[in-house]
Design a protein around this ligand. Structure first.
Ligand SMILES: N[C@@H](CCC(=O)N[C@@H](CS)C(=O)NCC(=O)O)C(=O)O
Length: 206
């Protein structure tokens, strides 16, 4: 059985849990990281030298980097609908996966730390506002991309959505000013229809 190390509140763990749910992959999950700790223990660092979650074990194979893990799971569990094997179709999914790490990942992380994990006294309002602007401009790109199709890579959900699910859930949950992006909202509502989204993504943000 697949083994996943990582707390269920981590956005990067949540990508893996959602992928498993969409592909009906059974797994065992161990709480590591955040308040649970354990991710700096020598035995954990031997599995994942970054000391971050998730880490996943499938047989003898140890994996880290959440997007890589999602790609592996789709490739090994009949997940062509989530991650197409055809290179041209695949590129539409992959570019959004890379974009998630490179563009909204940073500012959305800064908003999480600034709004949820710091106190008003320690909050850097200027940095927070800069992150909000950067995130808004990233989500404007998605809003435009989904104005004439239901999902980023076409007519159905793919890993492009799965790796962005937690970030978009947080974007609409944070108590911040947001530009009016109606296509983005509809896209988010489509994701919310998935039972796995309710189970693994729409949980309290900590
Ligand atoms: N690029 C890595 C990033 C992993 C990462 O930053 N994980 C965070 C949680 S989202 C973490 O382990 N933080 C330390 C902790 O939870 O204690 C991935 O995608 O897997």
């Amino acid at each position: 059985m697949l083994k996943i190390w990582g707390r269920a509140t981590s956005s990067n763990v949540q990508k893996v849990l959602w992928t498993c749910a969409e592909l009906n992959i059974p797994f065992e999950r161990l709480d590591v990281g955040g308040p649970f700790g354990g991710n700096r223990d020598p035995e954990y660092l031997r599995l994942n030298p970054n000391g971050l979650v998730p880490t996943v074990k499938d047989g003898d194979l140890i994996m880290w980097e959440s997007n890589t893990i999602c790609r592996y799971l789709a490739s090994t569990h009949n997940g062509d609908h989530l991650y197409p094997s055809d290179p041209a179709h695949r590129t539409h999914v992959e570019r959004w996966m890379d974009w998630q790490l490179a563009v909204p990942g940073g500012p959305m992380g800064a908003l999480l730390y600034g709004l949820i994990r710091s106190t008003p006294e320690t909050r850097d309002q200027t940095a927070l506002e800069a992150a909000r602007h950067r995130a808004a401009s990233a989500w404007t790109i998605v809003d435009d991309a989904v104005k004439d199709r239901p999902f980023l890579a076409g007519d159905h959900l793919t890993l492009a959505e799965i790796v962005m699910g937690t970030l978009i859930y947080r974007w609409f949950s944070f108590a911040i000013e947001r530009p009016d992006l109606p296509h983005l909202k509809t896209w988010f509502e489509r994701m919310r229809e998935r039972p796995a989204f309710k189970q693994y993504i729409e949980i309290p943000i900590t």
